[in-house]
Write a protein of this length. Structure first.
Length: 440
C-alpha cells in the first residue's frame, strides 16, 4: 500500500518523496486512514516505528484545506512529555508540511517565553507543547484552546510517569468536547487506559507491536559486571568493538557527569544531557551527537525521552532501569525504522531485581555475558549483614521508643528531674555548637 492510497494529497506526497519514505510503516498504514476519517484512536506504538508520521501526516492533510485559525487560536494541539520530543515533533510537522501552508510552533519550558508568545499571536494550525509551559501561556492569555479540533497525547505513558496527569486534565478541559483525540503510548498501564476512557468511549484501538514488547530488530545483551568496573567495561567495549556511537543511560544526573568524565579521560568524546543542564546546552549536546561530532551521549531517562537519532547502533543501560517500562523506551532509541541495533545492559549484583522486572514485562530472558577481564567478584549483601541492618533502629523507631520510655517513666515517676535536666544540658550545648558553627 502506498501513501497515496492512504489518502494523502500531492503536497504531502512530495515531501515524503524528498525524505525518501517510499512506503508507509505499519503504524502509518493503520492509523492514517482512521485519523483522516475523523475517528479517535488509542495506538500502541513504540518509538522508531514511524508513529510521529502516523498522526502528523493526516493532521496536515485535514488542516491544510481549512480556514486559518484566529489570533492566538490553535486547530491541533500535540502534547509531549519533554522539550526534546516537542522540538522533534514540530520538526516533523515542518518537514512533512513544507509544501503546504501549515503553520506550526513548539513551546516548552526552559526557553524564553516572550518569543513563544510572539509565535502564538497570529494563531497556528498545529501547536506542539509540553503541558506546564502551555498552561503558563494559557494563564497569561497568550494562547486560546477553545477551537482545538485535534488533540494528540504523544508518549502518554511518559507524561503520566512524569506526573503531568493534572496538567493534562486541565488542558483537556480547556478544549472543546467534540474534538478528535489521538493517544499514543508505547506501553499500556491501567492508568493510560483510564486516561483513554476519559477521552471518549469510541476510541479505535490499534497496535503495531504488541504493547510491552521490545522492537524485534534490537539485539539485547546483559553484561554481568561489578559496579565499580562499569566505566572501565564501557570504555573497553567502545574501544575494542569500535562502536561508532552510543547513547548511554544513567540513573542520575550526577552519575551521568561521572561517566562522561571517565569516558572523556579515556579519549572518547562524550557529552551529557540531563535536567540540570540549560535548554541551550541540551540542544547543543543533542545536535553535536546527531551530527556525529560527539561519540557518546550520556543521558538520564527524562532528558532522553522520545529523541530520534537515526542510525544509532548502540544503547547502553549503564544502570539497570528501576522501572521496567523505561527499559523498553531506552532500548527503543536504537533499531529505529527497521534498522539493526544493539542494547547492552550492565548488571551489578544489587540490580538483579530490576532485571527480573524487565524480563517479566517483556516476557523473555535476555542473554547474559561476562566480558573477559571483567568477571564480577562482588558478593550479594550477606543475610547477617541485612539482619544487622534491620536490627538497627531507624530515627523514627528510636524516637518512638524514647517517647514510650518517657511515658513509662512518667508513670513510675522516679528520677524525672535528673533526666529532664540532663536533656536541658544537652539542648543548651547543642545550641551553643550551632551558634558557633554559624559564626564560623
Ligand atoms: P518515529 O517513530 O516517528 O520517531 O520515527 C522514527 C524514524 O523513522 C524517523 O527518523 C522517521 O523519519 C523515520 N520514518 C518514519 N516513517 C518512515 C517511513 N514511512 N519510511 C522510512 N522512514 C520513516
Amino acid at each position: 500500500m502506498s501513501f497515496k492510497e492512504l489518502g494523502l494529497s500531492d503536497p504531502i506526497l512530495r515531501s515524503l518523496e524528498d525524505l525518501k519514505h517510499s512506503e508507509p510503516s505499519e503504524i502509518q498504514k493503520q492509523a492514517i486512514p482512521i485519523v483522516l476519517s475523523g475517528k479517535n484512536i488509542m495506538a500502541a506504538a513504540q518509538t522508531g516505528t514511524g508513529k510521529t508520521g502516523s498522526f502528523v501526516l493526516p493532521m496536515i492533510e485535514l488542516l491544510q484545506n481549512q480556514a486559518k485559525p484566529y489570533r492566538k487560536h490553535v486547530h491541533a494541539l500535540v502534547l509531549t512529555p519533554t522539550r526534546e520530543l516537542a522540538a522533534q515533533v514540530r520538526e516533523s510537522v515542518y518537514t512533512y508540511g513544507k509544501f503546504t501552508s501549515t503553520t506550526s510552533a513548539a513551546i516548552f519550558g526552559g526557553a524564553k517565553i516572550f518569543p513563544q508568545k510572539t509565535k502564538l499571536k497570529k494563531g497556528l494550525d498545529i501547536l506542539v507543547a509540553t503541558p506546564g509551559r502551555l498552561l503558563d501561556l494559557h494563564n497569561q492569555k497568550s494562547v486560546k484552546l477553545n477551537q482545538v479540533q485535534i488533540l494528540v497525547l504523544d508518549e502518554a505513558d511518559h507524561m503520566l510517569d512524569m506526573g503531568f496527569i493534572h496538567d493534562i486534565k486541565k488542558i483537556i478541559a480547556l478544549t472543546p468536547p467534540d474534538r478528535q483525540n489521538l493517544l499514543f503510548s508505547a506501553t499500556f498501564s491501567p492508568e493510560i487506559k483510564k486516561l483513554a476512557q476519559s477521552l471518549g468511549t469510541d476510541l479505535v484501538e490499534i497496535a503495531v507491536d504488541s504493547p510491552n514488547s521490545t522492537v524485534s530488530a534490537i539485539k539485547q545483551i546483559v553484561y554481568k559486571v561489578d559496579k565499580n568496573q562499569k566505566s572501565n567495561l564501557l570504555s573497553h567495549l567502545i574501544h575494542s568493538e569500535q562502536w561508532p556511537q552510543a547513547l548511554v543511560f544513567s540513573r542520575t544526573k550526577y552519575g551521568s557527569e561521572k561517566i562522561a568524565k571517565k569516558l572523556n579521560a579515556a579519549d572518547i568524546h562524550t557529552a551529557t544531557i540531563h535536567g540540570d543542564k540549560t535548554q541551550g546546552a541540551r540542544t547543543r549536546a543533542l545536535r553535536e551527537f546527531k551530527e556525529k561530532d560527539v561519540r557518546v551521549l550520556v543521558a538520564t531517562d527524562v532528558a532522553a525521552r522520545g529523541i530520534d537519532i537515526s542510525n544509532l547502533p548502540y544503547v547502553v543501560n549503564f544502570d539497570m532501569p528501576t522501572y521496567p517500562n523505561d527499559y523498553i523506551h531506552r532500548i527503543g532509541r536504537t533499531g529505529r525504522a527497521g534498522k539493526a541495533g544493539t542494547a547492552i545492559s550492565f548488571l551489578s549484583i544489587d540490580e538483579q531485581k530490576f532485571l527480573r522486572g524487565i524480563e517479566e514485562l517483556i516476557d523473555s530472558k535476555i542473554p547474559q555475558k561476562i566480558e573477559e577481564g571483567f568477571k564480577p567478584t562482588d558478593k550479594p549483601e550477606s543475610r547477617s549483614k541485612l539482619k544487622n541492618f534491620r536490627s538497627k533502629k531507624s530515627g523514627f523507631e528510636k524516637r518512638q521508643a524514647a517517647k514510650k520510655g518517657k511515658g513509662d517513666f512518667k508513670k513510675s515517676n522516679t528520677g524525672s528531674k535528673n533526666r529532664s535536666s540532663q536533656n536541658k544540658k544537652k539542648g543548651s550545648k547543642a545550641k551553643t555548637r550551632w551558634k558557633k558553627g554559624k559564626g564560623a
